[in-house]
Design a protein around this ligand. Structure first.
Ligand SMILES: NC(=O)c1ccc[n+]([C@@H]2O[C@H](COP(=O)([O-])OP(=O)(O)OC[C@H]3O[C@@H](n4cnc5c(N)ncnc54)[C@H](OP(=O)(O)O)[C@@H]3O)[C@@H](O)[C@H]2O)c1
Length: 374
């Protein structure tokens, strides 16, 4: 006779049996879910990026989905919709999701309830929702219904812990946003061989193409660029996403930091305003950088990147206003040296830079049995 388990007993049973690690199909599914979610980083604010993969009993992927933007379907809801459209609803067995399913009605109905209406047997959850008002509620609701729920943090294997770290990296700016009511700030700093940030006369940059590509990947993931008036006047930077495809119609904030008691119009040349507006930037002035994380929060920015010169970076360092510090240092020969420092255990740039192909839609999961990935 087959043993019958309550959902908690099922989780315990699984932990003992599979102490070794996650099943390969589930581990692979986390990889695809994260890859898919990464594609929408920079578009979901103020919601978190989330990815979801649905598998059949044999571990074959039925569909891959992600949350695209606030007001649209959550990743689980979109994945379920895709299964229904493709006629594979009855095959739903495992659901892998990078963030705990929601249990409340917001702009969309609760995902926990939607999952309970399916034939799903096991739900694998990357991380709990860091929002203190939501934490744990989705898991509990699903468990109440007798489904097996596995949280990566509770699974001892190396693969589970590896994906747990990645899922935390993915939502690190969101976690800060909902717990501290502040945006995540990444400092980007390019140094030449002698350690100077100043480009040679007539140039705007001196880093390698790979470094430029990575900066553009990061810009794509942010909702705001922060800089200073000297950088604007000396480099006339566009701050657009060029080396990778940007989110269609994406608007970003361009924050100009200046302590001068002057209006933006007095600080920045009119022609630059025009250029920035044409590039879909909304320009704001920040006279006191200590208020910046809150200013960004008010504008629903999860993640901002500072692309300023040495004086501005000095102010950020002095006031401890950064979450990650990314340095590209030119070498005499070959690729730039890349160094990433963070004040946190989880940090998104580590994940973004390690998944170099996420912004290239043609490299996302192919050959899925019935994927409708758009
Ligand atoms: N290598 C790189 O990664 C990189 C990146 C960007 C720029 N650059 C280079 O850097 C040079 C310009 O550097 P920079 O540092 O003089 O220019 P900046 O990026 O314009 O930053 C300096 C300005 O920021 C404002 N600021 C500084 N601390 C502040 C605070 N606590 N609150 C509010 N505003 C504050 C000040 O504006 P006010 O004077 O108006 O108060 C200050 O003049 C250029 O040559 C450019 O090419 C290099």
């Amino acid at each position: 006779m087959q043993a019958r388990f309550s959902s908690d007993a099922k989780t315990e049973h699984f932990k003992r049996k599979e102490e070794v690690d996650l099943p390969d199909a589930i581990s692979d599914a986390f990889s695809y879910a994260i890859q898919e979610a990464l594609f929408y980083v920079g578009r979901t604010a103020p919601n978190p990026p989330v990815g979801c993969v649905i598998l059949d009993r044999q571990g074959k992927i039925l569909t891959v989905a992600a949350h695209h933007q606030a007001g649209q379907l959550h990743a689980e809801a979109l994945a379920l919709q895709q299964c229904r459209k493709l006629g594979c609803w009855d095959k739903i067995y495992d659901v892998v999701v990078t963030l705990e399913p929601c249990n409340h009605t917001g702009l969309t109905p609760p995902c926990s309830e939607a999952l309970l209406k399916t034939p799903v047997h096991r739900i694998w959850i990357g991380v709990n929702d860091p929002n203190p008002n939501v934490y744990g509620a989705g898991n509990e609701r699903i468990k109440q219904d007798g489904k097996a729920v596995f949280l990566l943090k509770d699974l001892p294997g190396k693969k589970a812990q590896y994906w747990y770290e990645k899922c935390n990296d993915l939502i690190a700016p969101f976690a800060k946003f909902v717990t501290e009511r502040k945006a995540w700030i990444t400092i980007k700093q390019a140094l030449n061989v002698s350690g100077s940030m100043i480009p040679p006369k007539g140039n705007k940059t001196f880093t390698s193409f790979t470094s430029l590509y990575q900066v553009h990947q990061l810009r794509r993931g942010t909702e705001a660029i922060i800089t200073g008036p000297n950088t604007i006047k000396q480099d006339w930077p566009s701050f657009t996403v060029r080396h990778v495809s940007d989110h269609i119609g994406k608007e970003r904030l361009l924050i100009i930091c200046s302590k001068k008691d002057q209006s933006l119009e007095e600080i920045i040349p009119f022609e630059y305003f025009e250029k920035a507006r044409n590039n879909n930037f909304k320009i704001l002035l920040c006279a006191n950088i200590e208020t910046l994380p809150f200013l960004l929060y008010e504008h629903k920015v999860l993640w901002g990147m500072v692309e300023g010169g040495p004086q501005l970076l000095h102010s950020f360092r002095q006031k401890h206003l950064w979450d990650e510090w990314l340095i590209f240092r030119k070498q005499n020969k070959g690729e730039d040296q890349v160094k990433l420092i963070s004040n946190h255990q989880a940090f998104p740039t580590r994940l973004l830079l390690s998944q170099s192909s996420f912004a290239n839609s043609s490299k996302r999961k192919k050959g899925v049995l019935c994927s409708l990935v758009s």
